[in-house]
Design a protein around this ligand. Structure first.
Ligand code: PSU
Ligand code: MN
Length: 303
């Protein structure tokens, strides 16, 4: 049920650095053709740092670790499912295809023995979750998966203070990369304080301490702020999000359709500005993940 691309398989066998990447961003996060361009861009970003990219998705019931560009193109065109960890078993049994969210991607990455993953922004606690109970499965999966995830905080459409609280409750160590603030995806600031690390060499001992010494099975979240040059004005983002949430309410969008609906609304309402920032921060996260994977592999003595 799992198919690991030859290059990824060899890298893993030789202890070389590997970074896993998700595909919900491709199937449900960005419009065509930016989605495919971004997938390629993220793989290049990982390679620039000397690591091997493993883009993960599901095709006809096979868990693919390291999709070829032809497979990615096919996956993008399939209009497949948005696959979360909990739906993986059903997708396998029914031999369906689709893009994997952070929750499904880290589950599959772990099966393959990959310890690092990059995304744009993880899912989290939605606004008004006290009414809807909508909290992304990304959080619960992070709580039981030993992998390091690089993310620009959590998506700004969410309730960020509650997301940070939830990360704390679930025991997911969240470290700001060169910041002591949880990033707000399109903007660098949220006023939510988190511990910070300044160099990749500080992160590697945390990985070993978490998994090898403390024997925890939890993820480590590295919160990497979006590049300064691509940051959007906070007031503009908040206004756009308020409109997007009102439109979602009006259209009665709920559950797993909500995040894709909001992202696509923001993209259209901002004339593509939010997508540009989304792509830039995802690329920056992929590069940082590549650096961390390399330092981690070196620490294992095999790089
Ligand atoms: N990051 C992005 N764009 C996205 C996502 C992340 O820049 O579309 C996806 C991820 O796959 C994440 C998912 O796991 O959104 C969260 O969806 P939900 O809120 O339904 O759990
Ligand atoms: Mn949800």
């Amino acid at each position: 049920m799992i198919e690991i691309h030859e290059e990824v398989r060899q890298a893993l066998a030789q202890g070389k650095p590997v970074v896993s990447l998700e595909t919900a961003l491709v199937t449900h996060g960005l419009p065509f053709p930016q989605n495919l361009e971004t997938a390629a861009l993220l793989e290049q970003a990982v390679r620039k740092e000397g690591a091997v990219p493993a883009t993960i998705g599901v095709m006809r019931g096979i868990l693919k670790v390291g999709l070829t560009s032809a497979e990615l193109e096919e996956l993008a065109g399939l209009q497949g499912e948005k696959i979360q960890a909990r739906s993986l078993a059903l997708v396998l049994a029914k031999q369906l295809s689709g893009g994997t969210t952070v929750s499904a991607t880290i589950r599959i990455a772990c099966l393959a023995g990959i310890r690092v993953m990059a995304t744009g922004g993880i899912g989290g606690v939605h606004r008004q979750a006290e009414i809807t109970f909508d909290i992304s499965e990304d959080l619960t999966e992070l709580a039981k998966t030993p992998i390091l995830v690089v993310s620009a905080g959590a998506k700004a459409i969410l309730d960020l203070p509650r997301t940070v609280e939830r990360l704390e409750t679930l025991g997911i160590l969240t470290l700001g990369f060169r910041t002591d603030e949880f990033p707000a995806f399109y903007t660098r600031h949220s006023s939510l304080r988190i511990p910070s690390v300044d160099v990749v060499e500080e992160i590697v001992p945390v990985m070993h301490a978490t998994w090898d010494e403390l024997k925890l099975e939890t993820a480590i979240l590295i919160a990497n702020p979006p590049p300064r040059a691509k940051e959007l004005p906070a007031a503009m983002v908040e206004e756009l999000i308020a409109n997007a949430l009102a439109a979602a309410e009006e259209a009665r969008v709920r559950g797993k359709d909500l995040t894709p609906f909001l992202l696509s609304y923001l993209e259209k309402a901002s004339n593509g500005k939010t997508a540009i920032t989304n792509i830039a921060l995802a690329e920056s996260n992929a590069r940082l993940a590549g650096k961390i994977a390399r330092a981690y592999a070196t620490s294992m003595g095999k790089a």
